[in-house]
Design a protein around this ligand. Sequence first.
Ligand code: SAH
Ligand code: SF4
Ligand code: F3S
Length: 448
Amino acid sequence: MNQIKNKTNKSKKYIVETYGCQMNEHDSEKISWILEEMGYVLTDDIKKTDLIIYNTCAVRKSAEDKVLGKLGELKQEKRENPDLILAVCGCMMQRQEIIDIITSKYKQVDIIFGTNNIQKLPQLINNHLMTGSTITDIVEDTREIDESIDANRKYEFKSYVNIMHGCNNFCTYCIVPYTRGREISRDPKNIIEEIDNLAKNGCKEVTLLGQNVNSYGNTLDKKYTFPNLLKDINDIEGIERIRFMTSHPKDISDELINSYGRLDKLCNHLHLPVQSGSNRILKLMNRKYTRESYLNNIEKIRNEKPDISITTDIIVGFPGETEEDFNETLELVKEVRFDSAYTFLYSIREGTPAASMQEQVPNKVKHARFQRLIALLREIGLKENEELLNQIVPILVEGTDTNNKNTLNGKTTTGKIVYFKGSDRLIGNIVNVKINNVKNFSLEGIVI
Ligand code: SAH
Ligand code: SF4
Ligand code: F3S
């Protein structure tokens, strides 16, 4: 990290483009911090930049295709500006298949690094500048967490905080355990210190990040669980809202459910990816819970917190999914009444067990099921939102509409987006808004 301190690249400009999940967004904030420590300045002008970094996602083929398409377009930029450094990093780069494609067909790329060695970026840039050759540096897995890098956060009032890295679950469709390595928890001392500092600098909301926050603590020497961590964060002065992503249904504990009743800062929202409503498919997915145990947990959570918002992830068209299996998913959606859901068409990820399963579902069938699911979710989302009509709800104001600076947006503690008129001086504050119009997945209101 010493080279980071040498501000040798003063006034050089950079662009970081991010694909994928919150984990990647936060990694990009760290990359941004590293580059600014080196003296780089952010720009949005591709014609004037010295460095472009693509932080990529491998979760679905469409995400990878998008990045390869964009990289192709950059060939021209590189021709016009041969000094431009082009770097790619993130989950895609943890796949040898992709590295082979990039090094053979995308020769305009100068630096390739992965998810486990972000801190080496200054060294990789120097190596490239010194040798003029393509630098590839991938660390397959790591048992160490580099605590020396900070993040250049997009917002002052809300922040992502990693509490763990990696995943041990190996759901049969998922590439993440291969791109992010084995699970490892951060020392709670470091997490608390980071959040304490954030709070002192005006942060009101933290979103704790992990592929399965419910197994937080498993790699620590002492017994310290996710609910313990939530309790300690709840005690930090200045923090007003605590969110987390993502919680695996197989590991949800009564202790976590009880936290909703006990911790005043814990947001009234739980994102609990169900993936499918069919026990047969859940088994093929290696999810290690059943439809019944999932529903049982939802009931317990609603007993603890009746007005909690529950959201989920659903995959449509997993190999072998029959009409009957899919109907079970629809029935589960009706039973739980999710406030909203991220829905995905199953995408074959080479190297995962599901990729070689027989009975891949034809695209046409997948798409038709997908449309039916979306229609149902829209209908339920609207009805759930209608319950909020005329209610007064506290909103953390996050920003203004890009086209209309007088329209503010923010989120309820249940994670719903609300639009309302007001001055941008309110950004970063929690204000009371009366809801006067509802849509499928958003709300409108007036500040009172
Ligand atoms: N660790 C989190 C998030 C994983 S990735 C979790 O377990 O919930 C986010 C979502 O992408 C998953 O929940 C899943 O719904 C979806 N997903 C993962 N692999 C996929 C694939 N091969 N095809 C389609 N969707 C996928
Ligand atoms: Fe993927 Fe499953 Fe791990 Fe989530 S828990 S990242 S879906 S393997
Ligand atoms: Fe996230 Fe995509 Fe990687 S979802 S963990 S950026 S594969």
